[in-house]
Design a protein around this ligand. Structure first.
Ligand code: AGP
Length: 622
């Protein structure tokens, strides 16, 4: 996610803003910028790509920018590649966009979030004579505020209010208006923002760590509220422009726990961010009730022409492919082959006519996946990248790119990116099936309505984490854990097993339940933990019988199934239930208890669950 900071008071603003951005670096970013106002003078904007260090050097640690009021930003690209032009702050004037220097603009702003309808708003503004220098949704919002500000001439709060009712999506905005020196205006909806006040000084940030050096007295501005910051004071307004009062809160966290938003580890924080990651990915792909793959370039003709899908990835991304194959084949009737990138890149490949090769990668930098992509392109195969990092190597080299919106994922073990990749693959499958005429409007709408229930259902699963935590502690000394399932449940087992072993170092295997009897069942003995994944009702009885075979050999059985399948308890000693959704999408729900299980076993074993031994977040070497 992007990071936002703001300051107005009696001290020089630039060093304070740079310090605050430094405290938000952990959120991940690809560029940064600040805008400073010195009294009545025009705002001066300085931006840079890459690490914050280059912005600090450019401004001599802020000393080249005089002024006691300013805003700053670290950008995690969602719309538009990482570049100086796309870096924030953005301005309402028609400047070159490189952004450095004094800007002749009424409004200067920074933004965290995703504006879903920015293209329609951009067209409106173009019709009113606005020009655009960047690819960002943020520039559109800043110019829309400027449009209302000039049209109605009732001041910043009114202009912002009119804008908020027009935009759809998520945002945390910090703005400066030329006619209001020394003041900062802010607004948010479903993106974090806090405001801190001390005597004579006012601060704004996306997250607590940026403020802790200055104040622990903060206000959590509510959704669709506007804040007006002056030195040492803040006023809040509702959508009608009426002033409202907010209670302040005392922050008690230390800096380290503040980066994790109070969670003990980034991994558990990111597990809890999954509802938002799923919601943001859905928001980016579903516009006015229709899946929009326009940004990928995969139009109806391309999707209808695909003769076969080949999914290539590593690790958990490969597990997404294993899950997606069942969904793609069932919905579209198009054959799907899933391959480990490290295998594909060395095989003698005979590409299918009109094959679409899909590379799934959170980082977009995994060496094996990148090599597989390059091999496919050399073979003349059309390629689609499903990635979480805008402008990553795989994103840049694929023919088509479908971005997930999980935000930066810090923990080595992927959770929210995995869940976002599933959503992306569901949308690809649904849209392809619709374009092929395999599903009608009613089924299409049903699938989308089911997808929209997933975030809340994940929340419900997370509310019952204590049972998983208790069970994990009980089995933290397990020697072997087997995850078994059939069909999509086998794909879910693969991810559950990897979460356990990579975090807790407990040996674990995922097995197609029907395959156990062909050898592996010889490993089952007294007290070995076997986890049966039972989300597919049509395969339920078959897998239960495989579980019972393990129980007969001494295994301890855990069942993972959906509410209502209470007969699982006839065989299993411990059963975890998740809400139902359409069977195609059950991986998005069933994976959550398995993520929690792996995490809590690792915690029970006193391990560094964010940085497991021998592992890297992105394996950029062979
Ligand atoms: C999963 O928890 C691991 N972090 C690892 O398997 C990862 O999924 C794999 O290395 C692929 O990474 P990518 O998605 O960035 O390509």
């Amino acid at each position: 996610m992007c990071g936002i900071v703001g300051y107005t008071g009696t001290n020089q603003a630039a060093p304070i803003l740079l310090d605050g951005l430094g405290k938000l670096e952990y959120r991940g970013y690809d560029s940064a910028g600040i805008a400073i106002r010195n009294g009545e003078e025009l705002a001066e904007v300085v931006k840079s790509t890459g690490k914050l260090r280059s912005l600090i050097e450019k401004t001599d640690s802020g000393r080249t920018l005089a002024g006691t009021c300013g805003i700053g930003h670290t950008r995690w690209a969602t719309h538009g590649e990482p570049s100086q032009t796309n870096a924030h702050p953005h301005v309402s004037g028609n400047c070159s966009g490189s952004g450095s220097g004094q800007v002749e603009s009424e409004v200067v702003g920074v933004h965290n979030g995703i504006i879903e309808n920015y293209l329609e708003l951009k067209e409106k503004l173009l019709r009113h004579g606005y020009q655009f220098y960047s690819d960002t949704d943020t520039e559109v919002v800043v110019k829309l505020i400027d449009y209302y500000y000039k049209k109605y001439k009732i001041g910043p709060v009114d202009a912002i209010n009119r804008t908020l009712v027009r935009v759809r999506g998520t945002y945390a905005l910090a703005l400066m208006f030329r006619d209001y020196p020394g003041e900062i205006y802010a607004a948010r909806k479903d993106a974090p923002m806090i405001i801190g006040i001390t005597n004579g000084e006012s601060y704004l940030a996306s997250d607590v760590p940026a403020l802790l050096n200055y104040t622990r007295n903060v206000y959590y501005i509510d959704n669709m509220q506007i804040a007006r910051l002056l030195p040492g004071e803040v006023h809040f307004f509702d959508l009608n422009g009426d002033e409202v009062s907010l209670e302040s809160t005392e922050i008690t966290w230390d800096a380290k726990s503040a980066e994790k938003n109070g969670f003990e580890h980034f991994m558990i924080k990111e597990i809890y961010e999954q509802p938002d990651a799923v919601r943001d990915t859905l928001t980016s792909l579903i516009v006015d009730g229709r899946i929009s793959l326009k940004d990928t370039g995969l139009d109806e003709d391309v999707l209808k022409s695909v003769s076969s899908f080949r999914i290539v990835a590593c690790g958990s991304a490969w597990h997404v492919g294993m899950a997606a194959q069942y969904i793609l084949e069932d919905m579209t009737g198009v054959p799907v082959r899933v391959e480990l990138a490290s295998e594909y890149r060395y095989r003698k490949i005979l590409p299918q006519e009109r094959e679409l090769l899909i590379v799934i990668s959170q980082s977009g930098e995994t060496a094996d996946s990148l090599a597989a992509l390059r091999k496919a392109k050399d073979l003349g195969v059309r390629t689609l990248a499903v990635v979480n990092v805008v402008g990553s190597t795989i994103a840049r080299e694929a023919d088509h790119v479908l971005y997930t919106h999980a935000g930066p994922e810090i923990a080595v073990a992927t959770t929210k990116a995995y869940s976002s990749q599933l959503i992306a693959m569901y949308c690809l499958a649904i849209q392809t099936a619709y374009d092929l005429g395999r599903i009608d409007d009613e089924k299409y709408a049903y699938y989308l309505s089911e997808l929209n229930t997933i975030p809340e259902k994940i929340v419900r699963i997370l509310e019952e984490k204590e049972r998983i935590q208790w069970f994990a502690a009980k089995y933290s000394n397990a020697r072997d854990i087997f995850y078994i399932g059939r069909g999509l449940d086998y794909a879910i087992s693969l991810e559950g097993s990897l979460k356990a072993k990579e975090i807790s170092y407990v040996h674990s295997e995922a097995y197609a339940a029907g395959e156990l009897k062909h050898g592996t069942i010889s490993l089952i003995e007294e007290n070995v933990l076997v986890i049966g994944v039972l989300t597919q009702d049509d395969l339920f009885e078959k897998t239960v019988s495989n579980m019972v075979e393990c129980k007969a050999r001494g295994a301890y059985l855990m069942a993972l199934t959906t509410y209502g399948n209470y007969n699982a308890e006839d065989s299993a000693s411990f059963t975890v239930y998740v809400p139902k959704t359409d069977p195609h999408f059950m991986a998005s729900l069933a994976v959550v208890p398995l993520q929690l299980l792996g995490y809590y076993i690792g915690v029970a074993r006193g391990l560094d669950v964010d940085k497991p031994r021998n592992l890297a977040k992105s394996v950029t070497v062979e």
